[in-house]
Design a protein around this ligand. Sequence first.
Ligand SMILES: *[C@@H]1O[C@H](CO)[C@@H](O)[C@H](O)[C@H]1NC(C)=O
Ligand SMILES: *[C@@H]1O[C@H](CO)[C@@H](O)[C@H](O)[C@H]1NC(C)=O
Ligand SMILES: *[C@@H]1O[C@H](CO)[C@@H](O)[C@H](O)[C@H]1NC(C)=O
Ligand SMILES: *[C@@H]1O[C@H](CO)[C@@H](O)[C@H](O)[C@H]1NC(C)=O
Ligand SMILES: *[C@@H]1O[C@H](CO)[C@@H](O)[C@H](O)[C@H]1NC(C)=O
Ligand SMILES: *[C@@H]1O[C@H](CO)[C@@H](O)[C@H](O)[C@H]1NC(C)=O
Ligand SMILES: *[C@@H]1O[C@H](CO)[C@@H](O)[C@H](O)[C@H]1NC(C)=O
Ligand SMILES: *[C@@H]1O[C@H](CO)[C@@H](O)[C@H](O)[C@H]1NC(C)=O
Length: 426
Amino acid sequence: MNPFRALFFSLIFISLALTNVRCFGPDGRVGQASVLIGSNLYFFGGNTMNPRFTDQVIYLNLSSSFNILSPPWNPIATSPIPILLNSAVPCLSTDKSTVYLVGGMSQNQQNSSILMIPQSSVYAFNTNNLSWTTPNIDGFNSTFLGRADMNGVADSNGNCYSFGGFFEHLTAASSSITYNDTNIFDTKAMRWLTRTLPNTPLSRVLYSAVLKDNLIFYIGGLGDTGNTTFDMNKIPIFDIVNLKWLSMTTRGDPIGSRFGHSAVLTQDGLILIYGGSGISGSSNVQVQPDVATLDVSTTPYIWKAIITDKAPRPLMYHSATLFGIYMIIAFGSVVPQPASSKLALNNNLYIFNAQNYSWVNTFDVLNIHGSNSTNSDSSSLGVKIGTSIGVVIFVGIIAVVGFFFYKKFRNHKSVPIATPGTLSYK
Ligand SMILES: *[C@@H]1O[C@H](CO)[C@@H](O)[C@H](O)[C@H]1NC(C)=O
Ligand SMILES: *[C@@H]1O[C@H](CO)[C@@H](O)[C@H](O)[C@H]1NC(C)=O
Ligand SMILES: *[C@@H]1O[C@H](CO)[C@@H](O)[C@H](O)[C@H]1NC(C)=O
Ligand SMILES: *[C@@H]1O[C@H](CO)[C@@H](O)[C@H](O)[C@H]1NC(C)=O
Ligand SMILES: *[C@@H]1O[C@H](CO)[C@@H](O)[C@H](O)[C@H]1NC(C)=O
Ligand SMILES: *[C@@H]1O[C@H](CO)[C@@H](O)[C@H](O)[C@H]1NC(C)=O
Ligand SMILES: *[C@@H]1O[C@H](CO)[C@@H](O)[C@H](O)[C@H]1NC(C)=O
Ligand SMILES: *[C@@H]1O[C@H](CO)[C@@H](O)[C@H](O)[C@H]1NC(C)=O
């Protein structure tokens, strides 16, 4: 080997080693449960198609600035979920010490085509000592074992609400079930309530849910035949004080019906939705607009389409979390999916500034409260920007080197066979 080649390969090894130390890059996935605790954004489980469900626990550290090309991902490799788990709902205790994973489907460890019902009512993760327990819940409804495709919201009293959901048939002889019950998990008293209430909306899955002023707003989703979306102009609402279902109409801009989208409540009190998929025949199709706000402070509510540039590839089944003014979008699947596979997994991170409605490349920790914030800690920002530029350069080296290797070996690459995800409903 000549000295230049030797130098070249040493450089590759050094940068590989440094990159591995500095940035852990998780695989793309859908069906992850995400929850923000302090400045750590946790993700539990999901379907990575590698070969299928995962038990991984990872988090994004939001305590310093970063570029979306090098997000500060961290694995919690020592404390995976006790089972492989997809599509669980996360419920956070009021003291934020414990995340309860409710529902979700599991699979056989050896054979990913065999679905398995979780054995424990919930799996509880202690964020202080990173340990898992399986607490007993008074009155737990066993129809929740294996139930997926729901969304949950927790109130400030430690009650976690979930509606509907989907149970996938495990054998050819059994059938799938789509639910329309209202479930309340009281994480303080460790008590479970299942209610069948008047004016309950139709069975629905893969909707988004947002809590504001003691009302939970349910937006979009799929109906129980798996091929019907809901009118975005009729919003079912659950009143958590009076335990009553209500409904409201909307006006404003036309908003395409969708499922697998996300919704967050902005600091301005607006519901901000992003992404999702529409249905045309039996195909998933991109929806318009990809970003919209719903103002629920006047009746009827008002939809407003948000036109943005530099939008990411259209996503569904992603996670969206508001942190200050930033909506952080992680994982999900690109819409429309290629015909050969049911999912085209995304492992990029995207950030939307929910104050001035723009897609940004930088998470600026000094700007998380928006343009009016008066933090003057600029010296440490310099250090942090310096560090992240360093990381970007290493990533750049790997990308260039990786590209050559990819070109060289692409003809030898076998096409991975996609395992269908349970989130591709029906
Ligand atoms: C998050 O990052 C900050 C600054 O980079 C570091 O001090 C802190 O220990 C990290 N926290 C966790 C939980 O990784
Ligand atoms: C996995 O399970 C499926 C369904 O029961 C079965 O058809 C298949 O042969 C199994 N594969 C292996 C490698 O055991
Ligand atoms: C972790 O903390 C919880 C709550 O304080 C406690 O019940 C549990 O025993 C602890 N687990 C370990 C392994 O220390
Ligand atoms: C559990 O949920 C199922 C489905 O909604 C319902 O039929 C059943 O009555 C519930 N059981 C209890 C004990 O609440
Ligand atoms: C709710 O589900 C039950 C059981 O599947 C069904 O009998 C009932 O008609 C459903 N109600 C609505 C409003 O969808
Ligand atoms: C939706 O699915 C149902 C039940 O599988 C079927 O009867 C109906 O024709 C389908 N509708 C459309 C629009 O494909
Ligand atoms: C939005 O605000 C960020 C900083 O807060 C700024 O960098 C960006 O240019 C703004 N975008 C628009 C479209 O105003
Ligand atoms: C920033 O200041 C302007 C003018 O004082 C005010 O209208 C706006 O609501 C403030 N925004 C935030 C996020 O505090």
